[in-house]
Design a protein around this ligand. Structure first.
Ligand SMILES: [Zn+2]
Length: 152
């Protein structure tokens, strides 16, 4: 039984990028693309995340990327580990809160983050939403996986 994901409003003002998959399976690492079965590249991407109730967070993270399908995959366990490291000192009480990966931060804003601080009120100008969010159907018994639309 699969829970329907709540729809996310448009957030970023920059053109959408990437077809995004948050991979919940720790035993599947996607060295090959789930759609075209080509070899996936590793790309470091500043993922823009909203942690409830009001903590905009950017995690610059290695993701899997297929240039042919424009599919970007982040492993959920690694992402949550990075989030926990980010908040364990400054805001430990929010660790475990619900979060949404809203898109990617413009790389130039990521590089300037020490000088120009971004809050929820001004960050929209610097965020690319995802073109599409995809989910993964993974059936261990068949050792295969399919890409499906997360919102339909
Ligand atoms: Zn592909």
């Amino acid at each position: 039984m699969r829970k329907k994901k709540p729809p996310l409003p448009e957030f970023g003002k920059l053109p959408p990028m990437y077809r995004f998959i948050l991979n919940p399976y720790t035993d599947v690492r996607f060295s090959t693309c789930p759609k075209c079965y080509g070899k996936m590249m590793v790309r470091k991407v500043p993922l823009f995340i909203h942690v409830q109730p009001k903590y905009p967070t950017t995690i610059n993270k290695h993701c899997r990327y297929c240039p042919k399908c424009d599919i970007l995959i982040a492993h959920q366990d690694e992402l949550e580990h990075a989030l926990a490291l980010t908040y364990e000192k400054r805001q430990p009480e929010i660790i475990g809160n619900e979060y949404f990966v809203l898109g990617t931060l413009e790389p130039s804003s990521w590089r300037k983050r020490e000088r120009v601080s971004l809050g929820m009120e001004n960050v929209q100008e610097h965020v690319h939403d995802f073109k599409e969010r995809l989910g993964i159907e993974y059936t261990p018994a068949h050792w295969g996986h399919l890409v499906r639309k997360a919102r339909s």
